[in-house]
Design a binder for this molecule. Structure first.
Ligand code: EPU
Length: 423
């Protein structure tokens, strides 16, 4: 298994290009199952999670071709006649559950493995299930698989989600595009990835209104056609690299980064003493003074502070001036980075869903590892400002969601390299 070695070496300067959003691409890809005509995605990120979704779609009978070194994904589901999403693929990646809505809409039945819990929380699927049941699906759990079927197809319904789940919103919107009649989805998630999905579905002929608000209305149509769609910029990758100069100093331009996708995150950066300026091609980020100020953070649904940037923000707070309190409200177990940051000399107390961080002058390099994607990248950020060498183990988590992290950070002057196990 590869490791990443980082030697903290002062300010970072230069440009980083932002890739297409992993979490948008992972919901756009299953949309191919809704049409017999080709769906082509451009600006796709080159990540192992995208390869897992490719494997899953192929197992369902879809044709998936990657071009331009993986940046273009051309899909066609005209022969996609398998409706069983197998445990061996689904267990690798929870986003596999996003084939449930499209399969049900396309075939009237679907068998999708329950993904099981993961490192950051139990992550059940009850909200997805109740929304699809409200549209007339009958769903039962047998042998670890959700068996879903409809008699006479899905029907539009007035649905209120008990929580604004991103995945449940995506599954329901996709299913509703081919349902009979109108679906009104209330307390829907508003994340930019959902707006991107709806824009693509609309190009495919879907009739949808209200994306980006908490009420989405979908008028079912008989069929969807082909389309070509660019994947929206990755707001979490953007936010992650915005924090690199916050920790190490310097000035970094994020090409393709968009402030409008980052909601409350940019307000927190301002309060910490980090300047963000929009440019014609992206954003420039720099620290206003020396050390940043401690700020309190509560993770919330969009446009609140994203849970997917909480670990990275904690890394910044480790060397901030003062005490900060970070509250994680989306997932029940998303502080695995804290014990690793403590190994680097951070002062962090975790009680339930709250972490209190007392800033220290400097962290020190150490051997660390993490059990999820965002936790892993938070250790790399911490290492950029630490004294000495940090070795981040279990890099496969990073490869799920950050395209060529070592190349992007090297380009702005970081001392970072990937070491293969056999070296
Ligand atoms: N939840 C339920 N029941 C459900 C669905 C969700 O209780 O049926 C709970 C979850 O257990 C969790 C909360 O609701 O505590 C939020 O889950 P949500 O469904 O909104 O998240 P998701 O769709 O599973 C996506 C992203 C996550 C991101 C969350 C929150 C993808 C592929 N994943 O997950 O991304 O953290 O939304 O914004 O879009 C990551 O990229 O590192 C990542 C974990």
């Amino acid at each position: 298994m590869d490791r990443i070695v980082v030697r903290g070496n002062g300010p970072l300067n230069g440009k980083i290009s932002i890739s297409g959003a992993k979490n948008a691409c992972l919901t756009l890809m299953p949309a191919t199952l809704l049409s017999e005509e080709p769906l082509t995605l451009t600006n796709a990120p080159r990540l192992s999670d995208i390869r897992t979704m490719t494997t899953l779609l192929r197992s369902l009978g879809a044709e998936v071709q990657t071009m331009q070194d993986g940046k273009v994904i051309a899909m066609s589901s005209h022969q996609a006649d398998n409706h069983v999403a197998d445990y061996d693929i689904v267990r690798k990646m929870r986003a596999s559950n996003l084939v449930l809505g499209p399969l049900l809409a396309r075939h009237g039945h679907a068998v999708v493995s329950l993904p099981g819990g993961c490192a950051i929380g139990a992550r059940p699927m009850d909200i997805h299930i109740s929304a699809l049941e409200a549209m007339g699906a009958e769903i039962e759990l047998k042998d670890g698989y959700l068996h879903a079927k409809t008699s006479g197809g899905l029907k539009g319904a007035d649905i209120t989600l008990r929580f604004a789940s991103v995945g449940a919103t995506e599954n329901t919107v996709m299913a509703a595009t081919l349902a009979k009649g109108t679906t009104v989805l209330r307390n829907a998630a508003r994340e930019p990835e959902i707006v991107d999905l709806v824009e693509c579905l609309r190009k495919m002929g879907a009739e949808i209104e209200g994306e980006g608000t908490d009420t989405i209305t979908i008028q079912g149509v008989d069929r969807l056609h082909g389309a070509t769609h660019p994947v929206v910029a990755d707001r979490i990758e953007t936010g992650t690299y915005m924090l690199a100069p916050a920790i190490a100093g310097g000035e970094v331009e994020l090409i393709g980064g968009r402030i409008d996708l980052l909601g409350a995150f940019c307000e927190k950066l301002d309060a910490c003493g980090i300047d963000v300026t929009e440019t014609p091609t992206g954003l420039i980020v720099r620290r206003r003074n020396g050390r940043v100020n401690a700020v309190n953070v509560v993770t919330e649904i969009f446009p609140g502070f994203p849970t997917d940037l909480q670990a990275q923000m904690m890394a910044v707070m480790c060397t901030a001036e003062g005490v900060s309190v970070l509250e994680e409200r989306i997932f029940e177990n998303r502080f695995m980075h804290a014990p690793e940051l403590i190994r680097m000399g951070a002062h962090i107390d975790v009680h339930g869903g709250t972490a209190t961080v007392t800033g220290v002058d400097k962290l020190k390099g150490a051997q660390v590892m993490a059990t999820d994607l965002r936790a892993s990248v938070s250790l790399i950020l911490a290492a950029l400002g630490a004294e000495g060498e940090t070795v981040v183990n279990r890099v496969y988590h990073l490869d799920r969601g950050y395209e060529r992290v070592e190349d992007k950070l090297s380009a702005v002057g970081a001392h970072i390299e990937r070491v293969s196990e056999d070296e």
